[in-house]
Design a protein around this ligand. Structure first.
Ligand code: SF4
Length: 481
């Protein structure tokens, strides 16, 4: 029997929001807009607010960027209007600057080396200060409200005899997270920040080259994965092939966002040399080793917690069961359920199968808890469906601080682990027991020494000093003033 009682669960209500996805491609003889489209399509999970593609056939940059999903923004006729063998693409979730069409990327900037288009994943924490400095130094004016405009303007106006000198200059001035796909009318440039906070990889395709936030985008294009970019590395790709340089100030060890491993990246992407799916299985196994409990079945909250649950079940030698079914077609909806629908307990996202959980002791696995809305409602649904006990294991540590490097994490006052003790949270979400993975366990599972990942939202220790409680709309305020 299907249980449909319980409260409504809005889409994406209780997960950190991914930042952005970027793609760049230089493939002579190919319609690059089409290639870029399919690369972006594979990165849709990294941003659903806007999508854009810029292309060039060697003479000028053509651009299309709008609010909406990749498949909504681009149609056959749009792709046909973007000629060329060189291009970049971007999917955006606004981490700095409002959700406005004028902030959709790629952004265009103009300088002494001509026009450039820029797609950015990450967050530059000194963007506000740079705006003021660049207005004085270069006479720059800013019309948009995102940190990407600052990056684009800096790369357009920076001194330098070649793109490596320009990139080194920019790296000296930018602070924070930035993986970049940049194009001129005849070159593709890829940049990963000196800490390597956001991922970026290189692939080869039909005699040309592709860069993308994740290897899953390369797979989607049939490209061959070559390697991940190093910290502080710049690639320049043109008719001479790929040339690379690493900025002398780059940190040797990565400070890659550990949340990419836990949740953001697709499970079929390779991060720091390992398949995210396998890393997630180890995270699940590790939290069970730290906090074992007797149960009849292991249940993952689909889809993001499934790999963690599979890994935990194997370590615990407890059967894994698909007890919660996720509506695969849940996306953005502008239709709010009315009071009648609420009263009927209409579920938009999850449904629990009573026959699987009734009378059983459940070990429920979640990859992370932000506000606790989802886990609370899932436990409620499981109890409605007759679960005898609900034990929760979280395959990441408690989130106690906000992110400053490109992830919308909710405010400090909304983070449940920043405001309640473990026993209070257990009671609040209605679990029989609750345990989180330790920070040491997390680092063991991702097979990393302590300083090779950013763990800021768990530990409060960031790879570079940050101002606490940053405002995503900071530039909107400056512009309004
Ligand atoms: S603070 Fe958290 S989400 Fe932000 S970059 Fe660091 S690990 Fe990732």
């Amino acid at each position: 029997m299907i249980d449909t009682l319980g409260p409504i669960i809005p889409e994406s209500d209780d997960k950190p929001h991914e930042e952005c996805g970027i793609v760049g491609a230089y493939v002579p003889g190919e319609s690059i807009a089409r290639t870029t489209f399919f690369g972006l399509f594979a990165l849709q999970h990294r941003g659903q607010e806007s999508a854009g593609i810029a292309t060039s056939e060697g003479d000028e940059i053509h651009l299309k960027a709008k609010m909406g999903l990749v498949s909504q923004v681009f149609r056959e006729e749009t792709i046909a209007g973007l000629p060329g063998h060189l291009g970049i693409g971007h999917t955006r979730y606004s981490t700095m600057g409002g959700s406005k069409e004028y902030n959709a990327q790629p952004l265009i900037a103009e300088g002494q080396r001509g026009q450039i288009a820029v797609g950015h994943n990450g967050n530059v924490i000194n963007a506000a200060a740079l705006r003021v400095e660049m207005a004085e130094e270069f006479g720059s004016t800013f019309e948009k409200t995102s940190d990407t405009e600052v990056i684009a303007e800096l790369f357009a106006k920076a001194p330098g005899n070649d793109w490596f000198e320009v990139s080194s200059y920019a790296m000296r001035r930018l602070k924070g997270a930035y993986s970049l796909a940049i194009m001129t009318k005849d070159k593709l440039i890829a940049v990963r920040d000196p800490l390597g906070i956001r991922p970026l990889c290189l692939g080869s395709l039909n005699g040309g080259w592709v860069v993308a936030s994740e290897t899953a985008a390369l797979d989607n294009l049939g490209a061959e994965f070559v390697r991940e970019l190093e910290n502080g590395e710049t690639l320049v790709i043109d008719e001479n092939g790929v040339t690379s340089k690493i900025w002398s100030g780059a940190r040797k060890a990565h400070a890659m966002c550990v949340f990419e491993q836990i949740y953001f990246a697709r499970p079929d992407s390779i991060l720091n040399g390992e398949l995210a799916y396998e890393t997630r299985q180890r995270l699940g196994a590790e939290v069970y080793r730290e906090h074992p409990v007797d149960a009849d079945i292991v249940v993952g909250i689909p889809d993001s917690s499934t790999p963690h649950a599979v890994g935990l079940a194997a370590a615990a030698k407890i059967p894994y069961a698909e007890a919660i079914i996720r509506n695969r077609y849940v996306g953005r909806t502008f239709i709010e359920p009315d009071q009648k629908a609420r009263a009927q307990g209409v579920q938009t996202k999850f449904n629990v199968m009573r026959g699987v959980v009734e009378g059983k002791r459940l070990l429920v696995v979640d990859d992370s808890i932000v506000r606790s809305t989802t886990i609370t409602r899932v436990i409620n649904m499981l109890r409605h469906a007759g679960a005898a006990e609900v034990h929760v294991r979280v395959a990441s540590p408690p989130i106690k601080s906000t992110c400053h490097f490109g992830v919308d994490m909710a405010t400090l006052s909304e983070l449940i682990a920043a405001n309640m003790e473990l026993d209070e949270i257990t009671k609040y979400i209605g679990a029989d027991s609750l345990a989180y993975l330790s920070v040491d366990g997390l680092l063991r599972a991702v097979r990393a020494p302590k300083n090779s990942y950013c763990t800021g939202c768990f530990t409060g220790n960031y790879p570079i000093p940050v101002q606490l409680e940053m405002n995503k709309m900071g530039f909107e305020t400056i512009t309004a003033d």
